[in-house]
Design a protein around this ligand. Structure first.
Ligand code: ZN
Length: 170
């Protein structure tokens, strides 16, 4: 008898769609999962990424959660913006953002451009939305920082005061 396990994609017989979180199944003998709403996702056994064929978006899995892998600074900026909004509605305020070191190059170019109006670009103390930015240590082997995008350090906020300097459209 054939071992059917060998024919499942790397993420197993089914996954939660990264867009709608619905449980979706792998197509037999392929690396593809099919969401009735979002179409085909392909698992790449080499990079351990899930690729949405229609949009070209990539995700990696960490502790059963999908993390979108960004290729443009706007993508990660927007995700941080959303997380700050969420924190704020939960009554917290972020004090620092730690960004995965694999985005250092991608984000640094943006952070420096963002400071270009200043006389001296302050690359020693980069900020995003008014928050100090740090980068994670370089991940070794199986480490969340190979997959997750950023982490926000937080404290309790002052109700009614929106603490972030949003300059999304420049
Ligand atoms: Zn879906």
């Amino acid at each position: 008898m054939m071992d059917l396990n060998l024919h499942y994609p790397i993420f197993g017989p089914d996954i939660h769609c990264p867009h709608c979180r619905q449980l979706i199944s792998a197509l037999t003998l392929t690396d593809t999962y099919l969401c009735p709403r979002h179409g085909a996702f392909e698992a790449d056994p080499k990079t351990k990424e899930l690729v949405h064929l229609q949009s070209g978006r990539h995700w990696k899995l960490w502790q059963k959660e999908w993390y979108r892998q960004h290729t443009h600074p706007d993508g990660i900026r927007f995700e941080i913006h959303e997380a700050l909004d969420r924190l704020y509605t939960e009554g917290y305020k972020a004090t620092k953002v730690v960004i995965a070191s694999r985005y250092r190059e991608l984000v640094s170019s943006y952070l420096e451009r963002n400071n270009s109006w200043q006389k001296k670009p302050d690359s020693q103390h980069p900020k995003l939305y008014g928050l100090p930015v740090e980068f994670s240590p370089d991940p070794i082997q199986e480490d969340c920082w190979q997959v997750i995008n950023f982490n926000l350090e937080k404290e309790e906020g002052i109700p009614g005061r929106y603490p972030y300097a949003f300059k999304f459209f420049e």
